[in-house]
Design a protein around this ligand. Structure first.
Ligand code: SF4
Length: 146
């Protein structure tokens, strides 16, 4: 595992990660386990909140946006499915790339929470990685398909 060193992060609850911004269009990618967890717990059909997407393996779905915002974002900027939120949202403002045997965490410059709060270190990234590995095991992510 590789992760950014000496980095601070504290979420500012601005909800930029839940919407398109002037810097980039936000793509909230979902895996099969994300879809199944939301469907099961909220008695929703996937077509109500996601659409299929190709070329983003291991993710196979894209969260629907309404008025350029995640379909689950509330008016007060809270997440309607916070406890059930997709892996990609739990990792934000970081994402994980697989480089050979390594899982490499990268950070987006679009998050105002970076550089604020306490330093985050290895434990923070290990916790995220263990959640990601659990998902990847469920979908049997094969290096050859990345
Ligand atoms: S963009 Fe960053 S600071 Fe803003 S809500 Fe998302 S994680 Fe928090």
């Amino acid at each position: 595992m590789e992760f950014p060193k000496d980095i601070r992060f504290q979420c500012q609850r601005c909800s930029r990660c839940c919407r398109h911004t002037e810097l980039r269009g936000r793509k909230i990618l979902l895996s099969d386990p994300d879809i199944l967890r939301i469907e099961k717990n909220l008695s929703l059909k996937r077509a109500e909140f996601a659409e299929t997407i190709e070329g983003c393996y291991p993710f196979a779905f894209l969260m629907k946006m309404v008025d350029e915002k995640c379909v689950f974002l509330e008016e007060d900027k809270t997440c309607k499915i916070y406890e059930l939120r997709p892996l990609i949202c739990r990792c934000y403002p970081f994402w994980i790339e697989r480089e050979g045997d390594l899982f490499v965490f990268k950070a987006t410059p679009d998050c105002p929470g970076l550089g604020k709060g306490n330093k985050i270190g290895e434990k923070y990234f290990r916790d995220l990685l263990s959640q990601a590995v659990e998902v990847y095991q469920q979908i049997n992510w094969k290096e050859s398909e990345t």
